[in-house]
Write a protein that binds this ligand. Structure first.
Ligand SMILES: Cc1cc2nc3c(=O)[nH]c(=O)nc-3n(C[C@H](O)[C@H](O)[C@H](O)COP(=O)(O)OP(=O)(O)OC[C@H]3O[C@@H](n4cnc5c(N)ncnc54)[C@H](O)[C@@H]3O)c2cc1C
Ligand SMILES: NC(=O)c1ccc[n+]([C@@H]2O[C@H](COP(=O)([O-])OP(=O)(O)OC[C@H]3O[C@@H](n4cnc5c(N)ncnc54)[C@H](O)[C@@H]3O)[C@@H](O)[C@H]2O)c1
Length: 475
């Protein structure tokens, strides 16, 4: 039986980070992936194809909206061509994640579904010999959660695993779920020309965002698509060529037509086929692998990272956890993962940026929370761009330490990076004001919000009376 220092199950964002990190430190590494190629959900069905689709949809949307300058765009959308472009983005990045590249790093790559034989031995589909791992990392990701809605078998449905293979633009689309997956793809399809309705069970979309951001996002999106909140989806049905989604709001029954139904109702961990019981690894009631802060499972030499352990399901979190596990699994350290300052972006237009606590969370956890708000309409560059929709909101404690930073606006995911750096470096909001911002850039939104801090310090309390006395004396 082949022996390894480290076996990694799953060749996605998390697994690939661990594999390359551990191999470059000299560990003997086996990487097992059930698909024919590496890269996982993010590359094949997630971040990459969705962003590629969004960009194409935005280009079409912009082309259609320039008639005010005398340029008129017309014609039918060729969805095949768009999805071809999506596939090109995937293939380009796939080169970086190729099996050959990982083999060149000295990693043994095995293709086939893995399952535990015991806490050190792993079996692989279509391979006779199991592998022995001194330490093992589970990085098998997640898949779409399919809720038990009656009729879905009959009507069929799309998920992020199938939508990028569509060949014809659906006339009417119904999205079930108004989280990031639902909204990013719903807006893209609305911009391509489909008539889109989003049915969300909760009271608002993007439920993990600050409430002001949620409301603004919904208000903006509602200009392009229909959003129905507090929707209780009861069943789907088919009549002739037409599908219907039946739902109720406040016990009032409704039915809408749908050429395609898209499910975006959260994620399920890929743990079912791993035979975790043979290794004695514990899962929670939803099937996520339970880990401690060092990302160890209850079996000390088995780790779990990425979507499968129930921490925030993002590629950058899987990568961060992967880096942490390299240290813990290769050197036997006990580095802890911390999630207090995990940022994320939602790539609707305009983009949404999230870092740290929302206003509600901050007020629950801290006495005396201060808010600094800038409307993008007050920032010259957004005005010049005619993209004034949105705002930023920085939340601090009474001493100016940043507890949360949120924004909605053109490119917010990029220019709000300054807030991440500030928090990482322990800067207070006032220090953000003393940096020099090239005029007229979008980051000036942060400058303006932080200037507010000084304004409130200087123009209230005892400071104005002291400075007034000083100036009189100085004259
Ligand atoms: C539509 C969509 C858009 C997204 N957009 C973003 C975004 O913009 N930014 C962001 O940060 N995140 C985004 N995400 C989330 C991101 O894709 C995931 O958080 C990330 O892929 C998780 O990485 P992972 O390594 O845990 O799992 P994955 O990348 O899914 O990798 C798991 C791998 O394990 C393999 N596997 C499963 N079971 C077995 C087994 N038994 N044996 C062997 N191999 C197995 C799978 O085939 C897969 O390759 C998006 C997700 C979706 C669905
Ligand atoms: N830009 C990004 O970084 C990005 C993009 C897409 C996805 N992701 C990641 O993927 C994860 C999963 O995304 P998601 O949008 O599927 O999940 P989610 O859990 O964030 O949102 C799912 C939504 O569906 C609703 N819902 C659930 N069941 C429902 C039902 N039966 N009827 C109507 N509504 C229902 C929920 O109330 C929720 O608002 C996200 O949490 C995020 O971490 C990230």
């Amino acid at each position: 039986m082949k022996q390894y220092d480290l076996i990694i199950i799953g060749g996605g964002a998390g697994g690939l980070t661990v594999a390359s990190g551990a191999a470059s430190l000299g560990a003997e590494v086996a990487l097992i992936e059930k698909r024919e190629d590496l890269g996982g959900d993010c590359l094949h069905f997630g971040c990459v194809p969705s962003k590629s689709l969004i960009e194409a949809a935005n280009e079409i949307h912009h082309a259609r909206s320039v008639s005010k300058y005398g340029v008129h765009a017309s014609g039918e959308v060729d969805l095949k061509a768009i999805n071809q472009r999506v596939k090109e983005s995937i293939s380009h990045i796939q080169e970086h994640d190729s099996i050959e590249r990982f083999e060149e790093l000295g990693i043994d790559v095995y293709i086939g579904g893995a399952s535990f034989r015991d806490d050190h031995e792993v079996e692989i589909e279509n391979h006779e010999e199991p592998l022995f791992g001194k330490r093992i990392v589970i990085a098998t990701g997640s898949r779409p959660n399919v809720p038990p809605i009656e009729g879905l078998k009959e009507t069929g449905y799309l998920t992020n695993e199938t939508v990028f293979d569509l060949e014809q633009l659906p006339k009417k689309m119904v999205f079930i779920g108004g989280g990031p997956i639902g909204l990013e793809i719903a807006q893209a399809y609305a911009r391509l020309g489909s008539e889109v309705t989003v049915l969300e069970a909760g009271p608002g979309v993007l439920g993990k965002e600050d409430q002001d951001i949620q409301q603004k996002a919904q208000e903006i999106l509602e200009r392009e698509l229909t959003i129905i909140t507090d929707a209780n989806v009861e069943k789907t049905s088919r009549s002739g060529e037409q599908n219907y989604v039946h739902y109720s709001v406040n016990n009032e029954e409704h039915k809408i037509e749908a050429n395609q139904i898209f499910l975006a109702t959260g994620r399920k961990p890929n743990t079912d086929s791993l035979q975790l019981d043979q290794a004695g690894v514990e899962m929670n009631e939803r099937g996520f692998v339970i880990v401690d802060e060092t990302l160890r499972t209850n079996v000390g030499h088995i780790f779990a990272i990425g979507d499968v352990n129930g921490t925030p399901p993002f590629t950058h979190v899987a990568g961060y956890e992967g880096k942490t596990v390299v240290q813990n699994a290769v050197f036997g350290l006990s580095r802890k993962a911390s999630y207090d300052l995990i940022p994320w972006n939602t790539y609707i237009t305009p983009e949404v940026f999230h870092l740290g606590l929302t206003q509600k969370e901050a007020q629950e956890k801290h006495d005396g929370v201060l808010l600094y708000h800038t409307d993008l309409a007050d920032v010259d560059r957004f005005v010049a761009d005619h993209k004034t929709e949105g705002f930023i909101k920085i939340i601090t404690d009474t001493k100016g330490h940043i507890l949360g930073a949120h924004a909605i606006g053109k490119g917010a995911g990029d220019w709000m990076q300054v807030a991440i750096l500030a928090v990482e470096k322990g800067m207070k909001i006032g220090e953000l004001s003393s940096m020099i911002y090239p005029y007229p850039n979008h980051t000036a939104a942060i400058e303006r919000a932080s200037n507010e801090y000084w304004r409130s310090k200087l123009f209230s309390g005892v400071v104005p009376s002291i400075t007034e006395k000083y100036i009189k004396w100085f004259r």
